[in-house]
Structures are given as structure tokens and as C-alpha cells.
Design a protein around this ligand. Structure first.
Ligand SMILES: *Cc1c(COP(=O)(O)O)cnc(C)c1O
Length: 399
């Protein structure tokens, strides 16, 4: 029996599924060829494997294989999308719209473009974490070149209305004062948390670029992709990494065949199991929430239903955030409401954007329920979380 804490941090990363690992292994040793080697079998078999993943990813989002550009992950895909568009379209305009709750891998490339003279509109979110579409409508300008809005939030799990946003980027709605007719603003979405978990369709949702990553969906770390639309419109991207001209010149560097194979297998499995797995995760989340919400002073962060099935994010009144996390740590691996990606302990910018105080943001817990969590684990987590909160509150009263 392992005494390691129960893993409930699936938004940070997920383990590689055994089936994914099995698919990857031959590509480290026997099938080690460079997919760009066109003169022999070693290259051909690697290229065939890469092609298969391109097909799986394209089918997963209703794109075509030629529109998939492999990257090292979603961070790089976001950088390529935002800086690549900024550089390629700056003569058309220098205004970009994004959202306050985006991942830093979107916000920071935008901030970088700002240093080059671009103007960035950062939309607020409503109390439930969703953007207000009328705010987006007001933000469009004649020099807007790009809108970047994430599919699923990595902290509070909320799902932004992609289809509505995509439609607004293409055409101004009837009666709109801002601009008449075709708007033709590019739409990028960071779908790192969404791929394999919710339906994504770049045609129906009018998405022009989409960032993906493997390691949030039981694939390996270090591999991701950017979907780049080729038709209606054909997206121009300035490469951010120059070299041998791989990936149609958009991202040079020898393709990492084993990781790419793992990425494809991971997405294939996730899609096959999506419906049943989402039902299971929703049940587990509801079970956890029903138990935790029996306590007083517990609040759900983010929209109650418009969210990832495995995400539960709560704020706890009358406890100290760091004491809470310390109390939970022996039993479960969860994230708190402080910035996860940096050495600083700033409160989460996502929770602050919901209107929380710093105190509330710190005293928050993100439960990321995943493929390998069981009912027994959820019950144990609920029980320990409740007893930890109760004892911290009791201590606070007696001090
Ligand atoms: C994890 C994550 C990223 C970063 O992805 P990497 O592949 O780790 O670079 C970007 N955006 C969101 C929403 C994420 O959850």
C-alpha cells in the first residue's frame, strides 16, 4: 500500500496512461528515425507515426491534418499564436483582446507585445467566471487583429462560450454600432484544459488557432500543438523559432516522434471515453461538493454547471489559507488559491478577478479530479477536508 497523498491536481498535470506509454516505447528504440528523413525506412516509419497523430488531432477538433503544428506544449503554442499573429498582422492593426482570467502563457505574450507598441484590452469576467459578450462586443475596434479567449479555465474550470465568441470575431452582429458587416478578427483559444474533455469544433466555433497540450490529458509532457487555420481565412504566422523549416516553416526543430505518438494515443483514448468518463467525473465532483457544502461558509468558485466535469474550486471562510493547505497535504495533492506558477505567493489572479479578497483567494482549494480517482478516494478527501476545516476553525476560536 502506498501512503502517497491522493492525487487531485489534474489541472496541473496528469500521469501518462499505461496505454499511451506502451504506444510510445517502440519509438525511442526500434523506430527512432527522423520523420524528416525521406530517403529510408527509418524516416518513413517515423513520418507515418507523426502523420497518424496529426490525423487524430485534426479529427478531434474538426480540422485537417495540415493545420496541426507541433510545439513543445501549450505555452509555446500560445506564444506562437499571439506573437506570430502580432508580427504578421501589425500593419493591419495593433489591438488585441483577451481576458483577465487567461493563463499566464497568454497574458504574458500579450504584455510582451504591449512593450512593442500593441494595445491590449483585457476583458473582465462576471462573478461566475464567464465573460460578458456585450463587453467583448464593445471592445472590438477597427484595428483589432486578434481575440484570445481560453476554452476551459485551469483554476475554476469554467467553459467560455467559444461558438458565440467565434461568431462575433467573424461578423459584427446586426445592428452593431462598432463595425458593419465582416469583422474578420482572428480568434485564438487556449484549449490546454479542454482537449479530450469537452467537444471542440473549429468549424462550428469559427476558431482560427487553438493551443493544445498532451500532459493534461494523460499524455507525455513536452509536446503540444497549435491548430492554424489554412482556409477561410488562411492565418499568417511569423515563426518564433527559425531553422530547418519544419511544420511548414512555422516551427523549426526535429519532431519528437515518441512524444507525438503519445499525444495522439492520449487524445484517441480521451475521445473514446469522453462521454462515460465525463459522467463519472461529474458524479464524483457532485459527491465531493455535496459533502463539503454541508459545512457553513464554503463557496463554489466558477459557474456551477458550465465547467469541466473534474473541476471543483472552493473558497473557505474563517480559515487561514496556508494552514488549510498544510492540513490537507498529508492526505491529498491539491492546489491552493495562490499563484501556482511562480516563486511568489501572490493570490490567484483568477480568483481575484471573481471579486474575491486576497484572504478569500488564499483560502481556496482546487480539486482536479481525474481518470484514476475513485469514489473511495473522494470520500476520504471529503472527510479529511471537513475535519481539517473544522479543527482550524475551532483553533481560531480558542486562540
Ligand atoms: C497547462 C496550461 C498551459 C501550459 O501548457 P504547457 O503544455 O504546460 O506549456 C497553458 N494554458 C492552460 C490553460 C493550461 O492549463
Amino acid at each position: 500500500m502506498s501512503h502517497r497523498p491522493i492525487y487531485l491536481d489534474s489541472h496541473a498535470t496528469t500521469p501518462v496512461d499505461e496505454r499511451v506509454l506502451a504506444a510510445m516505447l517502440p519509438f525511442f528504440t526500434e523506430h527512432f528515425g527522423n520523420p524528416s528523413s525521406i530517403n529510408h525506412l527509418y524516416g518513413w516509419e517515423a513520418e507515418a507515426a507523426v502523420k497518424q497523430t496529426r490525423e487524430i488531432l485534426a479529427a478531434a477538433i474538426n480540422a485537417i491534418p495540415e493545420e496541426i503544428v507541433f510545439t513543445s506544449g501549450a505555452t509555446e503554442a500560445n506564444n506562437l499564436a499571439i506573437k506570430g499573429v502580432g508580427e504578421a498582422y501589425f500593419q493591419k492593426g495593433q489591438h488585441i483582446i483577451t481576458v483577465v482570467t487567461e493563463h499566464s502563457a497568454v497574458l504574458d505574450p500579450c504584455k510582451y507585445l504591449k512593450t512593442l507598441g500593441f494595445e491590449i484590452t483585457i476583458l473582465p469576467v462576471q462573478k461566475d467566471g464567464l465573460i460578458d459578450l456585450s463587453e467583448l462586443e464593445k471592445a472590438f475596434r477597427s484595428d483589432t487583429i486578434l481575440v484570445s479567449v481560453m476554452a476551459a479555465n485551469n483554476e475554476i474550470g469554467v467553459l467560455q462560450p467559444l461558438a458565440e465568441i467565434g461568431a462575433m470575431c467573424r461578423d459584427a452582429p446586426l445592428g452593431s454600432l462598432a463595425l458593419a458587416g465582416d469583422r474578420n478578427v482572428l480568434f485564438h483559444t487556449d484549449a490546454a484544459q479542454a482537449i479530450g474533455k469537452i467537444p471542440l469544433d473549429v468549424q462550428a466555433m469559427k476558431i482560427d488557432m487553438m493551443s493544445l497540450t498532451a500532459h493534461k490529458v494523460y499524455g507525455p509532457k513536452g509536446i503540444g500543438a497549435l491548430y492554424v487555420r489554412r482556409r477561410n481565412p488562411r492565418v499568417q504566422l511569423a515563426p518564433q523559432q527559425h531553422g530547418g523549416g519544419h511544420e511548414r516553416g512555422m516551427r523549426s526543430g526535429t519532431l519528437y516522434t515518441p512524444q507525438i505518438v503519445g499525444f495522439g494515443k492520449a487524445v484517441e483514448i480521451a475521445l473514446e471515453e469522453q462521454t462515460t468518463e465525463n459522467q463519472r467525473l461529474t458524479q464524483l465532483r457532485q459527491r465531493l461538493w455535496e459533502k463539503l457544502s454541508q459545512l457553513e461558509g464554503i463557496h463554489l468558485n466558477g459557474h456551477p454547471t458550465q465547467r469541466l466535469p473534474g473541476n471543483l474550486n472552493i473558497s473557505v471562510e474563517r480559515v487561514d489559507g496556508s494552514a488549510l493547505l498544510l492540513g490537507l497535504q498529508p492526505v491529498m495533492a491539491v492546489s491552493s488559491g495562490s499563484a501556482c506558477s511562480s516563486a511568489t505567493t501572490a493570490p490567484s489572479h483568477v480568483l481575484m478577478a471573481l471579486g474575491h479578497s486576497e484572504q478569500q483567494a488564499y483560502a481556496s482549494i482546487r480539486f482536479g479530479i481525474g481518470r484514476f480517482n475513485t469514489v473511495e478516494e473522494i470520500d476520504k478527501v471529503a472527510e479529511h477536508t471537513i475535519s481539517t476545516i473544522q479543527s482550524l476553525r475551532k483553533q481560531a476560536l480558542t486562540v
